[in-house]
Design a protein around this ligand. Structure first.
Ligand SMILES: *Cc1c(COP(=O)(O)O)cnc(C)c1O
Length: 392
């Protein structure tokens, strides 16, 4: 299965920060026969999913589900709310915020781009300053990535909402929660988010193929004045049919079976427990990194992500060489450094269906790999993590 040319026994460790491991329960749910997507059984499935999904986004707003990757969710959020030439404010927190900016530019939006060093989240003070300076309210939306999966920094969404309010600015608040949903606390309603974008393949434990838009009443109103044409991405068409449990075109029926099961699993564990589990495993990962004597790419301790940790290698050591050794010897995939940090960092995904022993295996693979790759480190990372995880 992995990109090696020799047989590897045992289970592959997929420790990239998404797509995450798909639990057997979800795989089995998806193996059910596909049904008529216009029949009564299907409507029941959809309505159940929408109710359970609302308790993951923490919203009473409509949530639209598209058969697409997360990138589709970005495009849909922009197309339904804005018009060509509109100004939007966005922040260079890393690779994913840069990709989202590129989507906005291709749609002919004018992006006010706040540059960054890929090592921290969004500075709320900059949001207040940028919006306060915009006296004529030309900025129509603020685009924020909650967890920047390339750097492992999680921005404070509630603080950014406060910053928008402090500036008394009417801009829409669009938030990418693709790798934070069901990993970190997320409150669509309480944080005053207008559109939350997410996708299936991270905390929701599904294969790639579904994206989501949770949409406030204010954002839904914007469809009426948008000068973009919407077809595949039209919220209006979705809204009406979703209320009866249907979709405007053929949905990903089997992925929806999987989603239903994923939501059952999340609510069986309890959303608070799910998030605490992620926080605990993320903390143990950082203890290991610190004990190895390696540097976390994210520099702000209060922005450490629950989903992924990006580890900087010392100058002169290539992170991709290390990842290849680990894949070849221990059958484990780690996340690569993306964009500007390619070769400089590797990322440990601790996201989705994941527990203590999986983390112990993951960290052991990294520690052995560091040794094989000749990366200078202290050999006590795994033990530091185990000591923390094994506490009564
Ligand atoms: C994974 C991810 C996406 C989605 O990317 P796709 O490849 O289009 O599914 C978007 N934003 C963030 C922060 C992500 O981690």
């Amino acid at each position: 299965m992995p990109d090696t040319n020799h047989y590897q026994a045992g289970r592959h460790f997929l420790q990239i920060p998404g797509p995450s491991n798909v639990p057997d329960r979800i795989l089995r749910a998806m193996a059910q026969p596909t049904i008529d997507h216009r029949g009564p059984q299907f409507a029941e499935l959809t309505l159940g999913i929408l109710e359970k999904l609302a308790r993951v986004f923490n919203t009473s707003c409509p949530i639209f589900i598209f058969p697409a990757s997360g990138t589709g969710g970005w495009e849909s959020a922009l197309l339904n709310t804005l018009s060509p030439g509109d100004k939007v404010l966005a922040f260079e927190t890393g690779h994913f915020s840069t990709l989202w900016k590129n989507v906005a530019e291709k749609l002919k939006l004018e992006v006010l781009w706040v540059e960054g060093d890929w090592r921290r989240g969004i500075d709320a003070a900059v949001v207040t300053d940028s919006l306060s300076a915009d006296k004529e309210h030309q900025i129509k939306a603020v685009m924020a990535v909650h967890t920047e999966t390339s750097s492992g920094a999680t921005s404070k969404i509630a603080a950014i909402r406060e910053a928008i309010n402090t500036a008394n600015h009417p801009a829409l608040f669009l938030v990418d929660a693709v790798s934070s949903l069901a990993c970190s606390d997320f409150q669509h309603d309480d944080w005053g988010v207008d559109v939350t974008i997410s996708a299936s393949q991270k905390g929701l434990m599904l294969p790639p193929g579904l994206c989501f838009n949770a949409v406030s009443a204010k954002a839904l109103e914007c469809v009426k004045t948008s000068k973009f044409s919407q077809s595949y991405w039209s919220w209006t068409a979705m809204l009406e049919l979703n209320q009866r449990g249907f979709f405007p075109y053929t949905p990903s029926t089997n992925l929806l079976y999987g989603l239903d099961e994923a939501l059952n699993m999340l609510h069986d564990e309890g959303m608070e427990q799910v998030i605490q589990r992620h926080a605990r495993l993320a903390h143990a990962t950082r203890l290991a990194v610190e004990s190895w004597g390696l540097e976390n790419l994210c520099v702000n301790a209060d922005e450490y992500s629950n989903s992924t940790t990006a580890v900087l290698l010392p100058e002169g050591h290539d992170a991709d060489t290390l990842r290849n050794i680990i894949l070849d010897r221990f059958n484990m995939s780690l996340g690569m450094g993306l964009g500007k940090v390619k070769g400089k960092v590797f990322r440990i995904g601790h996201i989705g269906d994941f527990n203590e022993l999986m983390l112990a295996g993951t960290l052991s693979g990294v520690e052995m790999g560091l040794n094989l790759a000749g990366v200078p480190h202290n050999k006590c990372g795994v033990s530091a993590a185990l000591e923390y995880l094994g506490k009564p």
